[in-house]
Design a protein around this ligand. Structure first.
Ligand SMILES: C[S@@+](CC[C@H](N)C(=O)[O-])C[C@H]1O[C@@H](n2cnc3c(N)ncnc32)[C@H](O)[C@@H]1O
Length: 288
């Protein structure tokens, strides 16, 4: 067994095998130059699972029976960086959409796809709370569904507890006072806001059908790590998961690629969102 702080060297072919595994399971394509980072993160997985070598780990993750280990490897290889109210304009545009759709029937449904540790869906919940308080016209029930790849991330997001300074970046003092309860050195999201969000595990490569249809989908800073083919596939299936004229918010710098034919730009003073075109060009039967 190697010393506690060190780990075996990750060989180039082992790094490629790990990258292939990650792409197959999650759609994420890791570029060049991440070997060192991945080696130290996966080294921790070796220690946690008491494995002696990367080849042992690579053998073990081939088996479907090793789900916890597989998820630990994926967790170690994915970027979970998220901020509160990242790209403010999306939260302002969300209020525009709520105004626009206030008169429609049924629940106003929002999906935070790739929600990481919850900052995005809880920022949505705070936005809705503020908006509802200020609007006499919006009376629709609201549902926020938040999904991510790993059970571990979802379990942490559900708790809504944020401890380090970096975890509360993007929140004003006023928002922290209003929407969080102090919990030791940590800040805990208010229970009524936590209840607004229903978290579940969902891989973006899998079917979206169990989630139902949405007025708005936030899919930010996840597809940027996917191959073009997977990005296009996800965007097409998101078009099917949207209600007529529903909106898709992508991360800064992310583009629609070939899915562009399905959406048109909605330009507001606050920014640009993508709105599903009236004519549905995707046959829901043709996508999973
Ligand atoms: C950088 S975070 C983005 C968080 C949030 N959307 C935001 O913009 O603040 C990327 C998230 O995408 C998730 N992710 C990556 N691949 C995924 C997949 N195939 N299915 C679901 N989530 C995935 C990761 O677990 C991670 O939490």
């Amino acid at each position: 067994m190697y010393p506690f702080t060190a780990h075996p060297r990750l060989l180039p072919h082992q790094y490629s095998e790990l990258c292939s595994f990650l792409e197959k399971i999650s759609g994420i394509v890791l570029g060049e130059g991440k070997e060192h980072l991945i080696s130290s993160r996966i080294g921790k997985v070796l220690r946690d699972y008491r494995l002696d070598s990367f080849s042992e780990l690579l053998r073990a993750i081939q088996s479907d029976d090793n789900m916890p280990l597989r998820m630990a490897v994926i967790d170690a290889m994915t970027t979970k960086e998220a901020n509160w109210f990242r790209d403010q304009s999306h939260f302002m545009m969300l209020q525009n959409v709520m105004t626009e759709r206030a008169g429609e029937l049924g629940a106003f449904r929002i999906w935070s796809a790739a929600c990481s540790l919850g900052q995005e869906p809880y920022s949505i919940a705070m936005t809705i709370e503020e908006f509802r308080r200020g609007s006499r016209f919006f009376r629709r029930p609201v549902e926020v569904v938040a999904t991510d790849l790993s059970e571990g991330i979802i379990a942490d997001a559900r708790k809504g507890v944020y401890c380090s300074l970096s975890m509360v970046q993007g929140l004003s003092d006023e928002q922290r006072k209003k929407y969080f309860i102090p919990n030791g050195d940590c800040s805990e999201m208010r229970p009524d806001l936590r209840k607004m969000v229903s978290f579940r595990k969902l891989n973006l490569l899998d079917s979206f059908a169990p989630l139902g249809r949405f007025d708005v989908i936030f899919c930010r800073s996840a597809l940027v790590y996917f191959s073009l083919a997977n990005r296009v596939d996800v965007i097409k299936r998101m078009a099917v998961a949207l209600k007529p004229y529903g909106y898709l918010f992508l991360g800064a710098g992310e583009t629609l690629e070939d899915g562009a034919g399905l959406f048109e730009k909605a330009v507001w003073p606050e920014g640009v969102a993508y709105r599903l075109k009236p004519l549905r060009r995707v046959n829901p039967e043709s996508v999973k």
